[in-house]
Design a protein around this ligand. Structure first.
Ligand SMILES: NC(=O)c1ccc[n+]([C@@H]2O[C@H](COP(=O)([O-])OP(=O)(O)OC[C@H]3O[C@@H](n4cnc5c(N)ncnc54)[C@H](OP(=O)(O)O)[C@@H]3O)[C@@H](O)[C@H]2O)c1
Length: 226
């Protein structure tokens, strides 16, 4: 367990869902104190118990409402469908001031989820930044990692592109990527999140055409971060 993990509490808003629960599981295993957020605290408590059942003693996962989770955490991860992105952020934005928000949202627009359809802000992560304002650092990450990989115990082959409003924010998220057992790359400013978010639709299209279920990406031609 790293010193960083001992000191930090991470909230996952929408952590009752597939992707968020997988991330919470991985970070709890790495020693971070985790808070699962939900629209209903009962649902969050149930999800937290499910994760705790899979972990060794010493881990800490609790559940509460999205707002309380955001208030109590140092780092807040947003893991809800794009249709709930704005409302969820509006409901917690006061609690995010001075914190780091990590947006894992791919702005999929059903039914054509294999077609890239970016919001007017340019990407979901940029839209998040517009909503939460100046006092919040925003990063985009994990949009290309299937939840199936996160809930499994095996090494995850899919890399993570990390974009963010500052190098410091990206570094913090790269530490979280490593703690989750994946390889992350500093992919530059938040504006570059459009690429990672758009790739999700490309990967869904590949899954559809080639019969795969969890296609991902891997960076080649550069020294892999340890
Ligand atoms: N699934 C993947 O493999 C994957 C991979 C990469 C990125 N992502 C991204 O991660 C995000 C979450 O994906 P997911 O598959 O985990 O989604 P999900 O399971 O469908 O939903 C996650 C949680 O969001 C909340 N939610 C759902 N609908 C809502 C609504 N209308 N209003 C407010 N909250 C709502 C629910 O929490 P409560 O009911 O507890 O409030 C739900 O448990 C998405 O943006 C997706 O693009 C997913």
């Amino acid at each position: 367990m790293t010193k960083e993990a001992l000191l930090l509490t991470i909230a996952v808003l929408g952590g009752t869902g597939k992707e968020g629960k997988g991330l919470a599981y991985r970070w709890a295993k790495a020693g971070y104190r985790m808070i699962i957020g939900s629209r209903t605290s009962e649902k969050a408590v149930t999800a937290a118990s499910e994760i705790m059942e899979r972990l060794e003693g010493g881990s800490s996962v609790v559940g509460t409402t999205n707002l309380e989770a955001a208030q109590q955490a140092n780092i807040v991860v947003l893991s809800v469908p794009y249709s709930a992105h704005r409302d969820t952020l509006e409901s917690v934005k006061e609690a995010l001031k001075g914190k780091l928000l990590v947006d894992v949202t791919a702005p999929l627009v059903p039914p054509k989820v294999s077609k890239v359809q970016m919001p007017p802000a340019g990407s979901a992560a940029q839209e998040a930044k517009e909503i939460v304002g100046e006092d919040v650092e925003v990063a985009g990450a994990f949009q290309n990692v299937s939840y199936k990989h996160l809930m499994g115990e095996e090494d995850v082959e899919c890399d993570v592109l990390v974009t963010g409003t500052s190098k410091k924010a990206r570094q913090e998220v790269l530490t979280l990527v490593e703690a989750a057992g994946l390889v992350g790359w500093d992919a530059g400013p938040l504006e570059n999140s459009v690429v990672a978010e758009g790739l999700t639709s490309v990967l869904i299209n590949i899954n559809k055409l080639y019969g795969s279920k969890h296609a991902g990406i891997k960076i080649t031609g550069a020294p892999r971060p340890l």
